[in-house]
Design a protein. Structure first.
Length: 162
C-alpha cells in the first residue's frame, strides 16, 4: 500500500503547502515529498488503516501501535492546538535531538521522522518513541519502524476483530 491508497477516516481538510514549508524552515528539515503531498490533502488525518507493527528488541517481541497524523495551522484555526505539529515538538529534557514528531498514538506516544545522522534529509527513518519509557540516558526509548516514509506507509493496516 502506498500513501495514495491510505484510507482516511477523518481529517481537517487541506492545508497550504506554505505552512508545511514554513515548519521545515523553522526546524531545519526537509520532509519526504509523499508526506507533504498527503498532509496537504489530509491535514491532521485519522486513518482507517491506522495500525503498524514494530520490533521491540529489549523484549524480543513484535509490538503494535496506531497513528493519527498531526496537522498544521492551529494559529489559523485549521486544527486544534493539541493536534498541531508545532505544539508536539517539545519533549523537555527527555526527548532526543533531531526527531520531528508527525504523528501520535492514542496513548500519547510519538511517531517521528528521525533526522539524526540522516544523509538524505528528505528520506528520514520513521521511529516510534514511548513517552513513558526511558533508557539509561534518561531519554525516551525509541524503536526504528521503517527506513523511510514510503515503506512506513506500506506497514499500515486496519485492525480486524477475530
Amino acid at each position: 500500500m502506498s500513501i495514495n491508497n491510505i484510507k482516511v477516516f477523518q481529517d481537517s481538510g487541506k492545508v497550504d503547502v506554505r505552512l508545511v514549508e514554513r515548519f521545515e524552515r523553522q526546524f531545519g528539515v526537509v520532509f519526504p515529498e509523499q508526506y507533504k503531498k498527503f498532509i496537504c490533502e489530509h491535514n491532521a488525518a485519522y486513518l482507517d488503516n491506522e495500525y503498524f507493527d514494530f520490533f521491540s528488541p529489549e523484549q524480543g517481541v513484535i509490538d503494535t501501535t496506531s497513528i493519527c497524523f498531526l496537522g498544521f495551522g492551529s494559529t489559523e484555526g485549521l486544527v486544534v492546538e493539541s493536534e498541531d505539529i508545532i505544539n508536539n515538538q517539545n519533549y523537555d529534557v527527555y526527548g532526543c535531538d533531531n526527531l520531528i514528531t508527525f504523528g501520535r498514538n492514542g496513548g500519547g506516544d510519538y511517531i517521528c521522522f528521525d533526522y539524526r545522522g540522516s544523509e538524505k534529509q528528505g528520506q528520514p527513518k520513521v521511529i516510534f518513541m514511548r513517552h513513558d519509557d526511558y533508557v539509561d540516558t534518561n531519554k525516551m526509548r525509541t524503536f526504528e519502524v521503517s527506513d523511510n516514509f514510503d515503506n512506513f506507509c506500506n506497514l499500515l493496516y486496519e485492525w480486524e476483530d477475530e
